[in-house]
Ligand binder design. Structure first.
Ligand SMILES: Cc1cc2nc3c(=O)[nH]c(=O)nc-3n(C[C@H](O)[C@H](O)[C@H](O)COP(=O)(O)OP(=O)(O)OC[C@H]3O[C@@H](n4cnc5c(N)ncnc54)[C@H](O)[C@@H]3O)c2cc1C
Length: 410
């Protein structure tokens, strides 16, 4: 291998993207003694309007990694119940009966969570995080991926070679495009507007949601403000923006009347960010020398707020199955395939549940002629406590939760 000065480097595993999947995988592989380099295109993790929910299964994982106390010290809010009103029908999902030590979902700004993982990983001598470093494309020898070409913090383009490249670069994955891997899309009936409104101490804590008047609103308590997700019909962003900001105020207060006294703090559409909701999955998550995990393998809908946890669980499974081969310096496609097999079922189940909610609840709620009555499925859930407990378990813990591998435990 040539020297670093010539713009060519080598590592044991290169990870594109320092989101939940990339940072967790980097930490675990480093604890296994694998030389690992994470490349994150941003200088920091400070990006607003990203997922904030750390679910009970991830909280347990952090305990197993010896990071539970440090996580608990982060500023956070707790969600012990999910409250939703669908066309006036209340659906309260109580999480306090979950099995295990954590009977809640923690609301933590994603940047704090990622910074915690970065600090823990940086204690390992084999870990490197290259901030401000953007992966541009996969390097290939024949059909085998041998690393990445990237632009470093100094603007210089370099090459990094590794026996394994892991694409954790999110739903707009550059490596996916570079390799012409195309995910299968399951469609989505909605997009989401994100904005903030002030919150006072007497307002509802945790997560509040409401449906009605053709819209769905989820309000995430961040202490002195709510981060609001306002669901609009797919593709209607431009049309609704052209109606002016007063129209947004009216639409929001029609669903959540008690924010009428502060919705004026959203003064223009410059304060409103559009999320193009996607639900998709790659048929194959790997090729020789390359693995896709997290949103790069399966973009999640915001329904249930489970994307971080699924991304983290993918990383745990990948680390457990690949740390040994990586320490030996070579990973086969068969070993990569095992990661997909392990994570396929939970991904399919969660995305299937999200699609059902899209089709049965949200598509109905945001349709032009949204019915006055809540969908039958919602009325059933509101009446049957067992169904609400199953939903609570599915959201807060999820199918096939992953445990920390022994090599990553303190
Ligand atoms: C607006 C919004 C709200 C959401 N709310 C929730 C929620 O409340 N709870 C929840 O669990 N999930 C939520 N999700 C989903 C959740 O954020 C994702 O499922 C999860 O973050 C996926 O993790 P990831 O690591 O796979 O990808 P990402 O979190 O997307 O991370 C990818 C990382 O790669 C970096 N990157 C991208 N391209 C490159 C490149 N070429 N080179 C180097 N770095 C690159 C990005 O900067 C980013 O840091 C939300 C998603 C969105 C968009």
């Amino acid at each position: 291998m040539q020297s670093a000065d010539e713009g060519v480097h080598a590592t044991g595993c290169v990870i594109a993207g320092g989101g939940p999947a990339g940072m967790m995988l980097g930490l675990l592989l480093a604890r296994a003694g694998v030389r690992v380099t994470v490349m994150e295109k941003h200088a920091d993790f400070l990006r607003d309007f990203r997922g904030d929910t750390v679910h009970a299964s991830t909280l347990r994982l952090l305990d197993e990694l010896g990071l539970g106390e440090r996580f608990a010290a982060l500023p956070q809010r707790r969600i012990e119940s999910l409250r939703l009103a669908v066309q006036g029908v209340p659906v309260d999902i109580d999480l306090r009966r979950l099995p295990g030590a954590h009977k809640h979902i923690a609301l933590v700004p994603q940047w704090d969570f990622l910074e915690l993982l970065a600090q823990a990983a940086e204690q390992e001598p084999t870990f490197t995080l290259l901030r401000n470093s953007e992966v541009l494309e996969a390097l290939r020898t024949g059909s085998t991926v041998t690393g990445v070409r990237y632009r470093g913090a100094d603007g210089v383009t370099r090459e990094m070679y590794a026996p394994l490249t892991v694409a954790c670069d999110g739903r707009g994955s550059t490596l996916r495009t570079s390799m012409a891997f195309v995910p299968k899309s399951f469609g989505a009936p909605m997009d989401v507007w994100w904005f903030r409104v002030p919150r006072t101490e007497v307002d509802p804590a945790g997560l509040a949601g409401a449906m009605g008047a053709g819209h769905v609103v989820a309000m995430i308590d961040r202490g002195d403000y709510y981060q609001c997700a306002f669901v609009i019909p797919k593709g209607s962003d431009q049309r609704l923006r052209s109606e002016g900001i007063g129209s947004l105020h009216r639409r929001v207060t029609a669903v959540v009347p008690w924010v009428a006294d502060r919705i004026g703090s959203v003064t223009s559409f410059d304060d409103v960010k559009l999320l193009d909701v996607q639900l998709n999955r790659l048929p194959r998550w790997y090729t020789e020398g390359l693995l896709f995990i997290g949103d790069a393998a399966h973009a999640m809908s915001p329904v249930g707020g489970v994307g971080i946890n699924l991304a983290v669980a993918d990383a745990v499974a990948a680390a457990r199955l690949l740390a040994g081969p990586l320490r030996a310096g070579a990973v086969t496609t068969r070993q990569l395939r095992r990661v997909q097999i392990r994570r396929w079922l939970p991904t399919v189940l969660v995305q299937g549940a999200q699609k059902t909610v899209h089709d049965r609840v949200i598509a109905v709620a945001v349709s032009e002629d949204s019915p006055a009555e809540a969908p039958a499925a919602v009325r059933l859930v509101s009446r049957v406590p067992l169904l609400r407990r199953i939903i609570g378990y599915g959201v807060a813990i999820g199918p096939l939760p992953e445990h920390a591998p022994s090599f990553a435990r303190p």
